[in-house]
Design a protein around this ligand. Structure first.
Ligand SMILES: Nc1ncnc2c1ncn2[C@@H]1O[C@H](COP(=O)(O)OP(=O)(O)OP(=O)(O)O)[C@@H](O)[C@H]1O
Length: 604
């Protein structure tokens, strides 16, 4: 498989320099504010303006040492009190706007992510690095979408506060400002380094965490609960889980140790720089470069400045760290957008009723597979035909069905619907003309009605017909709430079905669609003999005026097909009618006889 583009991102992060990483902060702030603006322009504007106003008021009246001013003018005190009240009100209003903004951004981010994941090309889910990126985006990225907004606002308020103090310092003496920056720089360096360590470690742990999450799911899921007990897998899975959790804990402790060391170095260097600053002030005083009163004010202003810078640094660091995770989210969204199916060419018309389906020289290899699943398959299906696809496990039948539905794209060759390449037809319009009864159908945790109609509103007449044809009507009749029963016992008043009952529901789903082309992949594996017989009778009836591609290992049922196509390791090995293939004595005849003999022996 080609190296994933996500690896490139990993390397870029690992090699980034500190200034380079700090340079990301404005970009991240801009992206965060863009997201905020799209979520709610009103709340974004209110948050920014109110915070800015509160910050200006605060610094105007309290940042500057005011001893002289207090003595000089008592009314200033009153102004100060008024300003404090106004500032409090502004801060409260800003907090309220910000609190409203955060959930809106989170909601927007979530909906955006799931809108993309529901539309990207199916094969994306086979790419492990894409899955890693998706996990990171969902696990932490979404959560950070709200935090990054808070951080961006904090940075803005802190910057305003600092600007006010910096103005005062610059007026007192030009050397004070660089000295102030010097005292805070080491702590800044340490904070950024610590954040980068944490983030890099998180990236390295992603795969293990995903695995741990999968194991946790197996240990606490209804789907695996029975087999987990039957095979006494609990201890094994738990040991594996513990091993991964221990490894994660050890890695986190190691990072915590390194972070502490870095912070200690930063604090020590910061202390030394503060001492140097005061020494410089002393030197200025002794050399007569600064009067005593100004030096006193400068000490207070430096303290105030240090506090303001620390606040800025803290918020920049929060912004930077949240930004790294938020970037995971935005980059995943960008990568997902690149995986959306290309739009149909301009002027492409929706496919009309099926006259002929042609598979021409189709070659397909799964992204993670070494061997191609299909190697130059040719097939023609005319409207009204029932074509059976048979072949041993792994011969490519399901893959071919997915290509016909346009769920995967052929790497060579094409599938044509009435002569038009399905890759160039509008995907949704194409799929509305195709019904798929999948081999691994989904057991949707929804009502029986939605499980069949796959829509919020069902057409009652079609629903009853599909249920009657598939035998799902008998299943629904036994449910306490009929069609309104939720088919998942994890939910209140939910019910579960047997394997065969579920298969009848899945069969009804395919028939309900009333499509031109019905693809049925192993539709009767779990059905009892009577239901199986009835289902194939239904297919025959359904095929009148429509077209059916039937995939099955039940070769006795295949005889009803107009044509049988035998796949062998991704190629069409033979095709024709039942009698023709039996006379040929090839793979089909061999498989058929094996099944027939098994019945004969049992009968004997
Ligand atoms: N998502 C996937 N990623 C990688 N390889 C896959 C994937 N799905 C199927 N394959 C491989 O592609 C080949 C064809 O699989 P396919 O499911 O089409 O076979 P099939 O004929 O339907 O088999 P069965 O009779 O067992 O249902 C197999 O070798 C299989 O291992």
């Amino acid at each position: 498989m080609a190296a994933s583009r996500y690896r490139i991102h990993d390397d870029r992060m690992a090699e980034a320099t500190l200034p380079g990483m700090l340079a990301r902060v404005p970009g991240t702030a801009a992206t965060a504010l863009r997201w905020a603006w799209r979520a709610s322009p009103r709340d974004t504007a209110a948050t920014l303006l109110l915070h800015a106003a509160a910050g200006v008021l605060e610094e105007l009246f309290s940042a500057v040492p005011t001893a002289d001013r207090v003595a000089a003018a008592l009314p200033a005190l009153l102004a100060l009190a008024g300003a404090a009240v106004a500032r409090g009100a502004l801060q409260a209003a800003a907090g309220w706007a910000q609190a409203r903004l955060k959930p809106q951004v989170e909601r927007r981010a979530e909906v955006h992510l799931f809108d993309l994941t529901a539309r990207i090309e199916l094969e994306s889910f086979d790419d492990s690095s894409f899955n890693d990126a998706m996990y990171r985006a969902r696990d932490r990225g979404l959560y950070e979408a709200g935090r990054v907004i808070d951080a961006a606002v904090e940075v803005l308020s802190a910057a305003i506060g600092l600007a006010a103090v910096a103005g005062v310092l610059a007026v007192l003496h030009p050397v004070l400002l660089p000295l102030l920056a010097l005292t805070v720089a080491p702590a800044g360096w340490a904070a950024v380094r610590a954040a980068r360590m944490r983030y890099r470690q998180m990236r390295e742990l992603t795969n293990g965490r995903r695995r741990k999450w999968t194991l946790g799911d197996l240990l606490a899921s209804r789907d695996s609960a029975a087999e987990l007990r039957a095979y006494t897998m609990g201890r094994f899975l738990l040991e594996e889980y513990t091993r991964l959790a221990d490894r994660e804990r050890a890695a986190m402790l190691a990072v915590a140790r390194r972070q502490t060391a870095v912070r200690a170095v930063g604090d020590a260097a910061g202390g030394a720089a503060t001492a140097a600053t005061y020494a410089a002030l002393g030197a200025l005083l002794l050399a007569g470069g600064m009067p005593l009163a100004v030096a006193g004010t400068a000490v207070l202003a430096i303290r105030q400045g240090q506090a303001a810078l620390q606040t800025l640094l803290f918020s920049v660091n929060m912004m930077y760290e949240s930004g790294l995770y938020f970037t995971d989210f935005t980059e995943f969204c960008a990568a997902a957008r690149r995986r959306l199916p290309p739009p149909p060419p301009a002027g492409a018309r929706p496919p009309g009723p099926l006259r002929e389906l042609a598979v021409r020289g189709v070659h397909f290899c799964y992204p993670t597979a070494e061997e191609p699943a299909l190697r130059g398959v040719d097939l023609r299906v005319r409207a009204g035909e029932i074509v059976a696809l048979v072949g041993e496990n792994g011969s490519g039948k399901t893959t071919l069905a997915r290509l016909i539905c346009g769920l995967y794209r052929a790497q060579r060759g094409a599938v044509a619907w009435n002569g038009a390449d399905v890759a160039e037809l509008p995907g949704e319009a194409l799929r509305r003309r195709i019904g798929l009864i999948a081999q691994e159908y989904c057991r949707w945790p929804m009502t029986a009605e939605r499980n069949v109609a796959m829509d919020a509103a069902a057409d009652r007449a079609r629903l009853s017909r599909a249920a009657r044809q598939s035998g799902a009507d008998a299943v629904v009749a036994r449910l306490a709430r009929g069609w309104d029963t939720v088919l998942d016992p994890r939910f209140a008043q939910g019910a579960d079905l047997s394997g065969g009952q579920w298969q009848r529901i899945a069969g009804a789903r395919g028939l309900y669609r009333d499509a031109d082309l019905l693809i049925v992949d192993e539709p009767t594996a779990a059905l009892d003999a009577r239901a199986e017989h009835a289902f194939f009778e239904t297919l025959r009836e359904h095929a009148r005026g429509r077209t059916v591609v039937l995939i099955t290992h039940r070769l006795a049922s295949v005889r009803m097909a107009d044509r049988i196509v035998v796949l062998d390791r991704g190629r069409v090995a033979e095709q024709g009618g039942h009698a023709e293939l039996m006379a040929r004595g090839g793979l089909y005849a061999e498989l058929y006889r094996l099944q027939a003999d098994a019945y004969r022996e049992r009968a004997a």
